[in-house]
Design a protein around this ligand. Structure first.
Ligand SMILES: [Zn+2]
Length: 564
């Protein structure tokens, strides 16, 4: 028995993948004060045991470094549990029954605002899957809840696949002032009408960006601060249950969402290592300058915070339709499920904002999509004045790309986060006309890695399961056709696992303390039912997370309950 004062708090036994190149496999991990004390052979690690050391034996289960979901959208996943669910409904009748039940429990005149029809998390084909193959009508909802405004939300492009349709009853239409004459500002929205020209209660949005509530439905209740806080609170176990121990919210978070994380950290409830990028509320570069100069001083460089919560850098959008900005600027606090302010910048505005961010050392995070060839030249000009590579600016959501642009990314020295489930699996339709060779560079994890770019992967909550993301990266199979979206773009399991675990630490300048299960590093780990490196193809989908540890404490699994 070792000296108790230096002995580990815990020893975790299992099939350990350390992702430490010096010793990639182990049978045991010893943990003390939230850090890895040792990883190695079972007997050698057990020899460190002291009188108070707890032994957590996971048998043949696999222990890996915790997942670092570098594009998590965690808050939005928690918010999905706040409004009543219709997931159980299999027919229009089921929906109406549920609405009338809700009407019985709520005071007349109060809003019944539900989640979409269909099965979470994607709600694919929600209406078509109902027995009647359609959504309820306005009149049916009127009958089910004659004294309440009723709103059945659309899944929207972030979860489902556009076009997506919401339904309102007569009281809800009138509360929102929707009449025969109403026209949306956002041209991707259609207000459906009956034969006489009256709105029939259905509103469809065909764009990926979801704006119906902001554009047309001011009376639909928004999430209160308390609800958003509860959403973030519920998101934590939902992500821990997937083995996630760190998140990087690179799409940006609006002020209220950041405030929620801050409050949970203050109350000791924040069990996720959370790095939050600021989603700005300014309307122009002129407005941005004093904000960056004065109020965002705390977000400069690697930001401010500690090992659990860090506010770092800003999100700057590139491109987009100006109507989005017009609609969002009506009330920038109205961020809905997304938690971030949807923003739009023309190329010259983007460059001006990047220049300002460079001047004030605010790391820029930007969504690239298929515009890498437009964004790279802008960043090359900014890089002549400011060390954006050294400051680890972040390119996100890269979809189609060319090898020459990726080489320029490497020269810039910036870092890249990818969301393969989104572009390769879920909404690959726009890329179907590309050749197999071109597809190798869609969401180009492998190409970027081979170039030596610091690249990591995130789930984009599509779904929030890093093992699903691993399956997508290793198979690259498209959702509707099964087509392999660029076979040379596939990564092997070991690389995929790295991109989802250790790679993300670079985003927060923590690569010397977070990631591999190596002495001195954070004791953040996940226990999986199978070995994600040994698993072949679809077997990855059968692996489940059994337990998750952050900072040396179990936050998910049997051992988390009742833990001192
Ligand atoms: Zn995103």
């Amino acid at each position: 028995m070792g000296m108790t004062k230096d002995a580990p708090d815990r020893i975790v036994l299992g099939n350990v993948i350390t992702l430490d190149d010096a010793a990639p496999r182990a049978e045991a991990v010893a943990i003390r004060a939230g850090r890895v004390l040792a990883a190695g052979k079972r007997d050698a690690v057990l020899a460190l045991k002291g009188g108070d050391t707890r032994i957590d034996d996971f048998g043949s289960a696999t222990v890996i470094p915790g997942f670092n979901d570098t594009h998590a959208h965690s808050d939005s996943q928690g918010l999905k549990t706040i409004r009543p669910s219709l997931a159980e409904a299999r027919s229009v009748d089921d929906v109406l029954k549920r609405i009338s039940e809700l009407a019985k429990t709520q005071a007349p005149g109060t809003w019944i605002a539900t989640m979409p029809v269909g099965e979470p998390p994607f709600y694919f084909d929600g209406a078509q899957k109902l027995a009647e193959g359609r959504l309820p009508t306005r009149e049916e909802l009127d009958k089910a809840a004659p004294k309440h405004p009723v709103y059945i939300a659309a899944p929207g492009g972030y979860w489902g696949v556009p076009p997506c349709t919401c339904v309102l009853n007569t009281a809800a239409l009138s509360a929102n002032g929707i009449t025969r004459e109403s026209q949306p500002a956002w041209p991707n929205i259609t207000i459906h009408r009956d034969a006489s020209g009256e709105p029939n209660g259905q509103i469809t949005e065909k764009a990926y960006v979801t704006l119906t509530e902001q554009d047309l439905l001011p009376a639909v209740p928004r999430f209160t601060y308390a609800e958003r806080l509860e959403g973030v609170r519920r998101a934590l176990p939902f992500y821990h249950a997937r083995g996630t121990t760190s998140i990087y919210e690179g799409h940006g978070m609006g002020p209220e969402a950041i405030a929620c994380f801050r409050e949970l950290h203050e109350t000791g409830e924040l069990t996720m290592r959370s790095a939050l990028v600021i989603s700005p509320t300014w309307a122009s570069a002129a407005e941005a300058e004093p904000i960056m100069r004065d109020y965002l001083a705390y977000a400069r460089g690697n930001g401010t915070g500690d090992d659990m919560l860090r506010i770092t850098g800003v999100f700057i959008a590139y491109g987009g339709d100006k109507v989005i900005r017009e609609v969002m600027q009506r009330d920038v606090t109205d961020v809905g499920f997304s938690g971030f302010v949807k923003s739009v910048n023309a190329p010259d505005e983007f460059e001006a904002l990047c220049e300002l961010a460079g001047r004030y050392d605010l790391r820029v995070n930007t969504i690239v999509s298929d515009k890498l060839h437009e964004i790279v030249p802008i960043l090359e000009r900014v890089a002549k004045k400011y060390p954006i590579g050294k400051r680890r600016w972040v390119l996100e959501h890269v979809s189609r790309s060319k090898p020459s642009d990726l080489e320029r990314v490497k020269k810039l020295g910036v870092t890249v986060t990818l969301i393969p489930p989104h572009y390769v699996w879920k909404v690959a339709g726009p890329f179907m006309s590309m050749t197999d060779e071109e597809l190798d560079y869609l969401s180009p994890a492998r190409a970027l890695h081979e170039l030596g770019v610091d690249v990591s992967a995130g789930t984009d909550a599509v779904p929030n399961d890093p093992l699903f993301c691993l399956w997508v990266m290793t198979t690259r199979r498209e959702r509707t056709t099964g087509r392999i979206m660029g076979k040379n773009g596939r990564v092997d399991n070991a690389l995929g696992l790295r991109l989802l675990t250790t790679a993300g630490a670079y985003l927060t300048f923590e690569e010397n303390v977070k990631g591999p299960l190596r002495p001195g590093y954070y004791a953040d780990l996940a226990v999986l039912s199978g070995d994600p490196i040994a698993a072949q193809g679809d077997d990855i989908l059968n692996i489940r997370c059994e337990a998750t540890m952050v900072d040396g404490r179990w936050v998910y699994g049997d051992k988390a309950a009742g833990q001192a």
